[in-house]
Design a protein around this ligand. Structure first.
Ligand code: SAM
Length: 273
């Protein structure tokens, strides 16, 4: 990592900095994202620009959003030969992604990133729930989080993140990546996952925001029955009898827990309630 030495850079834990050093993994990410000249790629957290440069080779344009100011001179140097890149120094969670995405009309918008793990869930849910029509999101995340995104009812990993991901997209784990592929090494296993966004969600629901309110409330107290969770939660506050009646109407056990319901069943319950 000459660049780290030349610029006297210290990886900052508070920004989740674990730089990818394995060329094969970098190539695998670009390939999994299927980047081509028709694409505007948004990269979150370019860091030292290793993935950014590879993306710039294939994409129409690359916008890289980096919170850490000390990376900006490094990125300027690493990306000097690519006139199709721009770097925005900002916190992605406070960035207007509609504005970022609309910079190159006519290009497909794809997100590609080795994400900072401490904010994976807000980043991914923010992208999914935004009004931007992303074509796909290909990201490195903690293996445990990748599994949560892909799993269904009956698994301990199943939760609000699984349902949000599966309502908006078709997830597919591409590969597992060991800690040795990063500098410094993270304390957890990592995986690359690709989310292919649907043009239309796979289930119909009258009010998606209400359905996600119900989903969040039902997983906040996993060990309680769904009817109790929806009654106790101040955001939903639905009388227990009402939920029990709706569950019976759907042919489900009134004492069922939220973790047993499929996306289709949450949608039907939301419409009924
Ligand atoms: N892309 C580089 C790579 O693969 O080597 C770095 C990945 S590192 C896991 C995560 C990157 O996200 C770091 O560069 C970090 O500074 C940046 N980052 C952390 N929080 C951020 C935020 N809120 N907004 C934008 N970038 C952020």
């Amino acid at each position: 990592m000459n660049i780290v030495r030349d610029h006297n850079i210290k990886a900052q834990k508070k920004f989740g900095q674990n730089f990818l050093t394995d060329d094969n993994v970098l190539d695998q990410i670009v390939e999994a994202a299927g980047v081509c000249v028709d694409d505007h790629v948004i990269e979150i957290g370019p860091g030292l620009g290793t993935l950014t440069a590879r993306l710039a080779e294939k994409a129409g344009h690359v916008t890289a959003i980096e919170i850490d100011r000390q990376m900006i001179p490094v990125l300027d140097e690493v990306l000097a030969d690519y006139d199709n890149t721009r770097v925005i120094c900002a916190d992605v969670l406070k960035t207007d992604m509609n504005e970022v995405a609309s910079a190159y009309p006519g290009e497909n918008v794809k997100v590609v990133a080795n994400l900072p793990y401490y904010i994976t869930t807000p980043i991914v849910t923010g992208l999914l729930e935004s009004k931007v029509r992303y074509k796909s999101i290909t990201v490195m995340v903690q293996t445990e989080v990748a599994e949560r995104m892909q799993t269904g009812p009956g698994s301990k990993d199943y939760g609000a993140l699984s349902l949000a991901v599966q309502y908006y997209s078709k997830p597919r784990i591409i590969t597992d990546v060991p800690p040795e592929s990063f500098y410094p090494m993270p304390g957890v296993g990592s995986s690359v996952i690709r989310l292919e966004l649907y043009e239309e969600p796979p289930v119909k629901v009258n009010d998606p925001d209400r359905m996600f309110g119900i989903i969040k409330a039902s997983f906040m107290q996993r060990r309680k029955t769904l009817a109790n969770s929806l009654q106790n939660n101040p955001d939903t506050h639905i009388p227990r009898e009402k939920t029990e009646e709706a569950l019976s109407w759907l042919g489900l056990d009134p004492m069922i827990r939220g973790e047993a319901l499929t996306l289709e069943q949450f949608a039907a319950l939301s419409d009924l309630l």
